[in-house]
Ligand binder design. Structure first.
Ligand SMILES: Nc1ncnc2c1ncn2[C@@H]1O[C@H](COP(=O)(O)OP(=O)(O)O)[C@@H](O)[C@H]1O
Ligand SMILES: [Mg+2]
Length: 264
């Protein structure tokens, strides 16, 4: 089943949730809620995290380790070459292999499940620090220190949303500065990720075109936001940077999202 399939099935089931339809408080804890929509969202959450973990393990155990060994072997091999031109060529090849290895390690880092034992704030800070070290982008971060009471699943979803948005900044924006906010705003959680980079034409992404083109990042941000019962705003224009502004309501305003409750 494609991304669109999961998404529309999820939306169909969401319509069956009585609290969602009445836009009122859902009185039931997420795990014990009989609502098929919520159950499905929880299952999707776990499936996505399991899948990331599986890919991280497989890539690490097979590709990364083998590539690491090849680079070591190649290093030894270079010492047995005497012709100057060949040595130069061999070093060029080694440089490319090393770049490939670094890219792979970066992908593994992105796939790895966030260490939520440290809490969302610490996980996000560590993540942004690491991204800043590996790029020339200056990150301004404003992150609420304490997310106690916010469901663990919601914390992981928020982490993945920020990660996806920041990955886009690294990959596409050419920005010199970026802002990441994950804060309580009134009763809601706001996730705000903005950059001063080259921006893009949002209209070109409309419809299912990007599904055909296999660009899933923004779609996944949107779907994760929907899963949390939140609102997603994307603003971008060529030459004017990009802003992603998400508001996630607490239990009570949508009732159907994965729950979080500050008073818990
Ligand atoms: N912060 C950004 N700055 C510039 N362009 C962006 C940014 N975020 C997204 N884009 C554009 O939107 C497209 C779709 O993004 P996304 O859905 O994450 O897919 P992918 O990153 O795999 O291309 C990107 O290919 C890029 O052209
Ligand atoms: Mg992307």
């Amino acid at each position: 089943m494609g991304q669109g399939g999961v998404s529309s099935l999820r939306n169909d089931l969401l319509q069956q949730c009585p609290s969602f339809n009445k836009k009122e408080v859902c009185p039931v804890k997420a795990e014990s809620c009989p609502c098929p929509g919520r159950k499905l969202r929880i299952n999707v959450h776990h499936a996505q995290e399991r899948e990331s973990k599986r890919w991280a393990m497989e890539l690490h155990d097979s590709v990364a380790q083998t590539l690491g060994c090849i680079i070591l072997d190649f290093d030894t091999f270079i010492t047995s070459i005497y012709e100057e031109n060949m040595i130069k060529r061999a070093h060029e090849i080694k440089y490319k292999l090393q770049n490939l290895y670094d890219t792979l390690r970066e992908m593994l880092f992105e796939l790895r499940a966030p260490y939520m034992e440290e809490g969302l704030a610490k996980s996000l800070e560590n993540y942004l620090e690491r991204v800043a070290e590996n790029t020339n982008i200056k990150f301004n971060a404003e992150i609420t220190k304490n997310f106690t009471g916010v469901h663990q699943m919601v914390q992981v979803e928020i982490f993945r949303i920020v990660q996806e948005a920041v990955t886009n900044i690294k990959k596409h924006s050419h920005a010199s500065e970026a802002t990441v906010k994950v804060i309580f705003k009134g009763d809601c959680i706001q996730i705000y990720v903005a950059d001063n980079g080259r921006g893009f034409d949002v209209n070109k992404l409309k419809g299912d075109r990007n599904v055909d083109n296999k660009h899933f990042g923004l779609i996944s941000i949107k779907e994760r936001t929907q899963m949390l019962g939140g609102d997603f705003i994307l603003n971008s224009e060529p030459g004017k940077g990009t802003v992603i502004d998400i508001t996630i309501p607490p239990i009570g305003t949508m009732g159907s999202g994965l729950i979080w409750n500050r008073s818990e």
